[in-house]
Design a protein around this ligand. Structure first.
Ligand code: ADP
Ligand code: MG
Length: 611
C-alpha cells in the first residue's frame, strides 16, 4: 500500500508559501474593499477612546483613506509591532478571548492593510511630548521616526490593492465604494451617538454628526426630524441581555433591509436571527417585500458572546440566540400594536405611498361593475368641491329608502350613498383614494388595497369548488427554468383549482390556456411568472393552505385596480359596498396595509385644536 510514496524519485509538492504571499492571502479575508479599511480604522479609533473621528477619502477610498482621531495614541515603543500580524494591545491570553470588550482583538487589521496598500501612521500619546511616524508597505522594511503632531492618531491608507490587481478589478465605481463608506459611517454614528463623526471626500462634507445627547437625537441627524417621527421606541430585557432601540411605524418602510442596524455590545453585526425576528414582528403590518427601519442595540454579558467567528467581525454568536430573537420580536410587536391607532394617522401613513411613482397604470379596466358606466369624472367634482367653485349638477343616485334619510350638514350629502353602509361618497382623490364620510367620521379608502382585500377574500372562499376560468383566446407559451418546471408540476393541483390551465408544451415550456376570471384584464404571462417565483420562494415543504394564501395574494394584487386608475361613480360605490358589507372583513390588504383610514370626530377636533 505504501509503495506509492516509498519510491525513490518523488518530488515534494507541498511547500510553505513565502511570507509576503501569506500576508496577502490573510489580508484578503479582512480587507475586501475600501470600506473594510474604514471599518477597521474607525473601530481602532473607538477602541482608543476617541471622542471625535474624522474620515477623509478620495476616489471612493481607492486613492486615499485617512482616519484621524483624538484617542489614546500609540507609544513610540509600540509602533514597530502595530502593523505586525497577531500583534495587539487588546488581549494577551486565551481567557481574554471569552470576554472581549474592545472591538478589535485579532491584531490583524493594520497588518492586513499594510499587505495590500501603502500605510502611514502618525500618532502621539497625550503623555508624550513627541509623536511617532510609521511608513509601511508590504514586506518592505518599515520606516519609523519621531514627528511633531497633535495627541491622537492619524492613519493614511493610499492606493489600496496596488499590488493585487485581481482584487482592484472587482471594486465598484468610486461612487458605489463611497456610498458603502457613507453607509458604514452612518451606522457607526448611530451606534455611538456620543461621539463626533465626520466624513469628507476631497474636502466636501458627506457626514457631520456632532455629539448627540441620545440615540434618537443622532437618528434625527442622520434621517431628519420628519423621518424620526416615524419611529417608535422599543425596550426589553431578560437576565443576560437588554434590548433598546427604535423601529419604524408600519407606514414607514423600505424595499430592502439596508436601514436595519444591529449593534451588539457596540459592534455593528449582521444576524439572521435578528432579521427574522423583525420580519415576524411586522408580519401582516407590512406588505411582502417591504422592510421596517430599525436601530436595535443589544447589551449582552460578554461571556455569553463569541465574537471570534468572522474574519471581519461582521457576525457574532451568542448563547440562546433564539430566545433573544423571540424577546426582540415580542417587544417590537407589542410596541407596534400599542401604537397601532397612531400609525393610522394619515399624515405618516400616506407618505411612503404617495411618493411612489411607477405604480400608475393606465389603459386597464378599473374596478369591475356590471352596469355600463357613464358618469362625469368624480375627480373633477372633487377638485371643484375643495376649490370652492360651484358644484356641477350631479345626478343623485339614491334609493327610496336612502332618500328618506335626513340630509347631512349644510345640505351637501355627498355625491352618492353606498347602499346599506351609511357611507356617503364624495369622490376620488389623487386617483388613489375614495373619499367618503359617515355620521361620525371622514373616511379615506385606498382603492388598490381595498380591492385587493375584496378579491383575496373571494378567492380564498371560492377554492372549494374551484375558481371560474377565463379561457385565453391566444394561449401563452411560457419558458421556465428546470427547477421552475418541476415546481409547477408539483403544484399543478393548486394551480388548477385556482383557475390556471397549464399544460406541458415541449422542453421546459408550458402553455397557459386559462387564467382565473379575476385576471381577465391582466397580462397572463406576467402573472403566471410571478406565481411561479412565489412557488419557488415558498419552497417545497410549505403547507397547502399557506401556498394557496400566497397565490391568492398574488392574484388579488394583479387583478385589483391600481393607484392611478380613474374610478367612475358606480365603481366607487361598488367598491365601498363590497368592502363594507361583509361582516368581519379584515381592514387590511392581504399584505397587511390598512385599506381604510377613518378620522373620527374626536381626532378631527383635536387636529383642528378645537378640543
Ligand atoms: P487590533 O485592533 O485587533 O488590536 P489592529 O491591527 O487593528 O489590531 O491594531 C493593532 C494595534 O495598534 C492595536 O491593538 C492598538 O494598540 C494599536 N492601534 C491601532 N489603531 C490605533 C488608534 N487609532 N489609536 C490607538 N492605538 C491604535
Ligand atoms: Mg483593530
Amino acid at each position: 500500500m505504501l509503495n506509492g510514496w516509498q519510491g525513490s524519485n518523488e518530488m515534494a509538492v507541498i511547500k510553505v508559501l513565502p511570507h509576503s504571499l501569506r500576508e496577502k492571502i490573510a489580508a484578503g479575508e479582512v480587507i475586501e474593499r475600501p470600506v473594510s479599511v474604514v471599518k477597521e480604522l474607525v473601530e481602532n479609533s473607538i477602541d482608543a477612546g476617541a471622542g471625535r473621528i474624522t474620515v477623509d477619502i478620495q476616489e471612493g477610498g481607492k486613492r486615499l483613506i485617512r482616519v484621524t482621531d483624538d484617542g489614546s495614541g500609540i507609544y513610540a515603543v509600540d509602533m514597530p509591532l502595530a502593523a505586525e500580524r497577531h500583534a495587539t494591545s487588546k488581549i494577551s491570553e486565551e481567557a481574554d478571548l471569552y470576554a472581549v470588550s474592545s472591538l478589535g482583538f485579532r491584531g490583524e487589521a493594520l497588518a492586513s492593510i499594510r499587505a495590500v496598500s501603502r500605510l502611514r501612521i502618525i500618532s502621539r500619546r497625550a503623555d508624550c511630548d513627541e509623536g511617532t511616524e510609521l511608513l509601511a508597505q508590504g514586506d518592505e522594511p518599515m520606516e519609523i521616526r519621531p514627528i511633531g503632531c497633535a495627541p491622537g492618531t492619524s492613519i493614511t491608507v493610499t492606493d489600496i490593492f496596488y499590488n493585487l490587481p485581481a482584487r482592484l478589478k472587482f471594486l465598484k465605481t468610486n461612487i458605489t465604494e463611497q456610498r458603502k463608506i457613507q453607509e458604514i459611517m452612518e451606522r457607526y454614528a448611530m451606534a455611538y451617538p456620543e461621539k463626533a463623526f465626520v466624513l469628507t471626500t476631497d474636502g466636501r462634507e458627506l457626514l457631520n454628526a456632532v455629539p448627540a445627547a441620545s440615540a434618537e437625537d443622532r437618528l434625527i441627524d442622520i434621517y431628519g426630524r420628519q423621518a424620526v417621527d416615524g419611529f417608535v421606541e422599543v425596550t426589553a430585557e431578560n437576565d443576560y441581555v437588554s434590548i433598546s432601540g427604535l423601529v419604524s411605524r408600519p407606514g414607514f418602510s423600505r424595499s430592502n433591509r439596508s436601514d436595519q442596524t444591529l449593534i451588539i455590545n457596540g459592534r455593528l453585526v449582521q444576524s439572521a436571527v435578528f432579521r427574522f425576528a423583525l420580519d415576524r414582528a411586522y408580519r401582516e403590518l407590512l406588505p411582502t417585500g417591504r422592510y421596517p427601519l430599525a436601530l436595535i442595540r443589544l447589551q449582552v454579558d460578554p461571556s455569553k458572546l463569541d465574537v471570534n467567528v468572522h474574519p471581519q467581525k461582521a457576525e457574532v454568536r451568542f448563547v440562546d440566540e433564539r430566545d433573544v430573537g423571540i424577546l426582540l420580536e415580542r417587544a417590537v410587536r407589542r410596541t407596534l400594536l400599542e401604537r397601532r391607532l397612531r400609525t393610522l394617522n394619515p399624515f405618516t401613513e400616506a407618505r411612503s405611498e404617495i411618493s411612489r411613482p411607477g405604480t400608475i397604470t393606465t389603459g386597464r379596466k378599473p374596478y369591475a361593475v356590471q352596469a355600463p358606466v357613464n358618469m362625469p369624472l368624480m375627480e373633477e367634482a372633487f377638485t371643484d368641491f375643495f376649490s370652492g367653485k360651484e358644484m356641477p349638477a350631479i345626478k343623485q343616485d339614491r334609493t327610496e329608502a336612502e332618500a328618506d334619510m335626513p340630509m347631512k350638514g349644510d345640505g351637501f350629502s355627498g355625491l352618492q350613498v353606498a347602499a346599506n353602509t351609511g357611507v356617503n361618497i364624495i369622490g376620488q382623490a389623487l386617483q388613489m383614494y375614495v373619499v367618503a364620510y359617515d355620521d361620525l367620521s371622514i373616511i379615506l379608502i385606498d382603492q388598490h388595497a381595498a380591492h385587493e382585500r375584496i378579491l383575496y377574500d373571494r378567492l380564498m372562499q371560492a377554492d372549494g369548488g374551484g375558481s371560474e376560468v377565463q379561457v385565453l383566446l391566444l394561449p401563452e407559451t411560457i419558458e421556465l427554468r428546470p427547477a421552475e418546471v418541476s415546481i409547477v408540476g408539483e403544484r399543478s393541483d393548486i394551480l388548477k383549482r385556482l383557475g390556471f390551465t397549464v399544460e406541458p408544451f415541449g422542453k421546459n415550456t408550458y402553455r397557459l390556456t386559462g387564467v382565473p376570471m379575476e385576471l381577465a384584464e391582466a397580462s397572463p404571462a406576467a402573472v403566471f411568472r410571478d406565481i411561479v417565483s412565489d412557488l419557488m420562494e415558498i419552497g417545497g415543504s410549505a403547507r397547502e393552505e399557506q401556498i394557496r394564501a400566497s397565490l391568492c395574494r398574488r392574484i388579488a394584487c394583479h387583478a385589483a385596480v391600481k393607484a392611478g386608475d380613474v374610478l367612475s361613480e358606480s365603481e366607487m360605490k361598488q367598491l365601498t359596498v363590497d368592502l363594507l358589507t361583509v361582516p368581519g372583513r379584515a381592514m387590511t390588504c392581504p399584505h397587511g396595509r390598512p385599506v381604510m383610514i377613518k378620522m373620527g370626530q374626536a381626532e378631527l377636533l383635536k387636529a383642528f385644536y378645537r378640543s
